[in-house]
Structures are given as C-alpha cells and as structure tokens.
Design a protein around this ligand. Structure first.
Ligand SMILES: *[C@@H]1O[C@H](CO)[C@@H](O)[C@H](O)[C@H]1NC(C)=O
Ligand SMILES: *[C@@H]1O[C@H](CO)[C@@H](O)[C@H](O)[C@H]1NC(C)=O
Length: 447
C-alpha cells in the first residue's frame, strides 16, 4: 500500500510540467473558427465580440457569397487555403470522432466544417464555375478595422473553363467529399448534395487544367500555387474514399507518378497527405515507406531550435511543424515507428503549448500572445472607431482570439509578442486546422 502511494506521487511530479489539457485546446480551437466567421452569425454563436459582417459579398452576377471564414488576421476570403482547412477539419472529425466526443466538441466540430462547406457550395455557381476569392489582398490590408465596419470594395474572382484552376477546384472537391462522409449519418441530404458538387468540381479540375493563381492574379500575391498534380490526385483519392468508384483511383494512378515534389504537407503541397490517404485506401506498403522517410527526416535531420522545435523557416514556423506532426501521428496510428513518432510529436506540440514557459496558443496556459496580428480581436467594441493607431499602440488586443495558434518563434526560440510582426504573430485558419488535427489524435490516444 505504501509503495503504491510513493509511485503515484512520483508519476504525478514527472507528468506535471509536460501535461496539458488537450481537450480544452480542441474546444478552444473551435472557438477560433467562430471568431473567423464571415456573414450572418447564428444565434448559438459563442464568440460574442463578433457580429454580422460582409453581408454584401457577391459574385459578378450578384450571386450570394456571404459566409465562409476570414483567412487570417485579415478579412479576405481566399478559397484555396479555406478549402484545405475544410478538408483537414473534415478528415479530423471523420477519423477521430471519438476524440471530439470525448472533449464534448463533436457538435462544434461539425459546425466548423459546415461553415466552410456552406460557403463553398455558394461559390460553385456552375458546373465549370467556382469563385475562389472575395476581397482584394492589398486593399483589405490597407485598413485596420473590425470586419463589422469594413467599407472597402470586396470584388469576387472566379475560375472557369477559360481561366482554369485545377488545384483550387480539386481541393474544393476534396473538402466536399471529405465533408460528405462526415455528414453521411447525421444529415444525409446535405451529404448527398456535397458529394454531387464534389464530383462536378473534380471533373472541372480534371478537364480544364491550370494553376488557379494564374487565373486569379490577386491570389498569386498571397497564396500562389506551386503546381496542381498533387491536388488533382488528392481530390481523386478523396472521391475514391467517398464513392468507392474505381475511375477515381485510375486518375490517382495516372497522376501520382507526375508529382515531382519533395515530400511535405501544407495548403499548397498535398504530397504527404496523399501518401497517408493512399496508405489507408490501398494498404500498399510503398506509401507507408514514404511516410517513414518523411518523418524520420523531420525528427532526426531537419534543423531544430536550441530548445528542440523542428524548424523549417522564420515565417509561421509552427504551421510547418503542425502539418508535419499531423502526418507523423497518423503514420504512427498505422504502425510506423509508433512509439518514437508519438513521443517526438507530443514534444513538438507541448513546445507550442508551454514547455518553454510560453504558450503560442491564445488563451491556453498562463502566458500566451496578447498582441496577435489579428485585426478583429485587436479592435475596440462599437461605437469606438478602430484604425492604425490601435495597430501601432502597445496596448494588448481588446479581445482574446481564444484558441488561435500564432505563427511562432524564430530559429533561436526568439519571439516578440507584437502585432507588427505578422510572420511570427499572425493567426490563420489553416494553422489551426493542422494544430486541431494533431490535438484530436493526442486526445484519442488518451494523453
Ligand atoms: C472566367 O474567369 C475569368 C477569370 O476570373 C474572368 O475574367 C472571365 O470573365 C470568366 N468568364 C466567364 C464567362 O465568366
Ligand atoms: C530570431 O533570430 C534570428 C537570428 O538572429 C532572426 O533572423 C529572426 O528574425 C529572429 N526572429 C524573431 C521572431 O525575432
């Protein structure tokens, strides 16, 4: 009996500093998506400092394009990273529903997905017509206001048969196909509608090839696509998962060998996500081998900061790490170096949540960013007027954009909590999609 007590104390001392409430992080990450909502807000909105905004977002022919998420600290609706966010959130809820249930976050998880897919459905205005952006990057970035008070012009831009965008159309198809699986048992009419649009968008992507950022030049300044074969194969793989139809796997087999990238995973690069999906769908070991070489390199060879964070570059350093850790935690779930990858992955995530004495996720722990580069939360409530003086002041943001992960530290674990440093202190929908997906796996593992 006495011995048992000693053991319990011993364990709790050692798990104290390295243990975080992952379920809380999961719930708060979903609050971040509420904070990013554009359009008319629902009655059950929990983030109360936000209100209806951008109710005039329209297509060139007056189509209703309200809704969706503001991309990051700004208010442009960029379709490419938004669709990727939709795919990631859907994948997470689809494969880790138990984690969402455990955290009491399943309902909000589904709502976060539907907020994207409702908007993407609006953007798909014809078989070969998809709006891919609302708002102009520079014009939007020229003012520092609340989204509720925006007055700048917000034009909409599309891809179509004469101005194609294989990457954008295929990623949007992937998001809808993945979401159709999430809603299959809870809202079958919606699921059917999503799948139908996913099929059409995939055909559009496949029949009219090109880079979306050549067709939407403004997007080229912010989210330029490196190429589209990865999204084409990724979209096909998601449609195969949603339909089981061989014709989609035929496209994957045709396109896969033409993807000439390094392994990696991001809003622009689907290569390792595709390997992961194909490992599951085909059970072929060659895909697991690719995941293993990617993760071994990331954990063993990739540069690290002095305190152990895998480091890919100064701009949004944590985003690249969460994308990698997601792939490796999933690889671990498929039996690839499970113990090592889980241990190393948890270390990376725990670095972000406070192991250096600072949490890079707003509202998690005791010390976290209070000056995130995020316009809507930095501004005071109505009727006060926001403006550049708020951007420039040393005052903390007026509201807490709870659950948002900021870009992250520099190569020496160096970081300054200032709105003026967007590369290190901005927040964005795709950053949280990868973080949330990692966290859901940790919750499911019982950490
Ligand atoms: C097709 O998209 C391009 C690029 O957005 C646009 O300039 C053109 O007007 C569109 N064509 C049609 C028929 O809508
Ligand atoms: C961190 O330090 C490196 C090297 O001195 C520098 O290049 C980088 O800009 C710094 N980053 C931050 C966030 O201060």
């Amino acid at each position: 009996m006495e011995l048992q007590v000693v053991v319990v104390v011993f364990l709790s001392v050692f798990s104290y500093s390295a243990s975080y409430d992952y379920q809380e992080v999961l719930r708060k990450s979903l609050l971040f998506y509420e904070a990013q909502r554009s359009g008319k807000l629902p009655a059950d909105q929990k983030v109360k400092w936000r209100a209806d905004s951008a109710l005039n977002d329209k297509g060139r022919n007056g189509e209703d394009l309200t809704g969706g998420y503001y991309d990051a600290g700004d208010f442009v609706k960029f379709g490419f990273p938004m669709a990727f966010t939709g795919t990631m959130l859907s994948w997470s809820v689809l494969d880790h529903e138990a984690a969402y249930t455990k955290a009491g976050a399943l309902d909000d998880g589904r709502k976060a997905i539907k907020w994207v897919t409702d908007y993407l459905l609006k953007c798909h205005v014809g078989d070969n017509k998809l709006y891919g952006q609302v708002g102009l990057g520079q014009l939007d970035h020229d003012s520092w206001t609340r989204p509720e008070d925006m007055t700048m012009e917000r034009p909409a831009f599309m891809i179509n048969a004469s101005a194609p965008g294989t990457d954008l159309a295929a990623e949007t198809a992937a998001a809808m196909a993945a979401a159709s699986l999430v809603f299959k048992t809870v809202n079958s009419a919606y699921s059917t509608q999503l799948l139908q649009h996913a099929r059409q968008l995939f055909d559009f992507a496949n029949n009219y090839r090109g880079k979306y950022s050549d067709s939407i030049p403004d997007a080229n300044n912010f989210y330029p696509s490196s190429n589209y074969p990865d999204e084409l194969a990724w979209g096909a793989a998601w449609l195969y998962r949603a339909t089981g139809e061989k014709k989609y796997m035929t496209v994957v087999d045709e396109i896969y060998p033409t993807i000439q990238y390094w392994d990696g995973f991001s809003w622009d690069d689907k290569k390792s996500g595709l390997d992961l999906l194909l490992a599951t769908l085909t059970k072929e070991s060659k895909y697991l081998d690719k995941l293993k070489s990617f993760c071994d390199y990331a954990f063993n060879t990739q540069k690290k900061t002095p305190k152990g964070l895998i480091f890919y570059g100064e701009s949004a350093s944590l985003r690249s790490v969460t994308n990698t850790v997601f792939i490796c935690l999933e690889a671990a779930d498929r039996g690839v170096s499970a113990d090592t990858y889980r241990k190393e992955s948890k270390k990376q995530i725990d670095y972000m949540l406070g192991d250096t004495g600072f949490s890079y996720v707003v509202g998690i722990g005791n010390k976290y960013p209070t000056h995130a580069h995020h316009r809507s939360s930095s501004c005071p409530d109505h009727p006060a007027q926001c403006g550049w003086s708020f951007f420039n002041s040393e005052l903390p943001n007026f509201h807490m954009v709870e659950g948002a992960i900021v870009g992250g530290p520099g190569s020496n674990d160096n970081y300054t909590d200032t709105r003026k440093d967007a590369p290190h202190n901005e927040v964005a929908c795709d950053f949280n999609a990868a973080l949330q997906s990692c966290i859901a796996i940790l919750v499911q593992l019982g950490y």
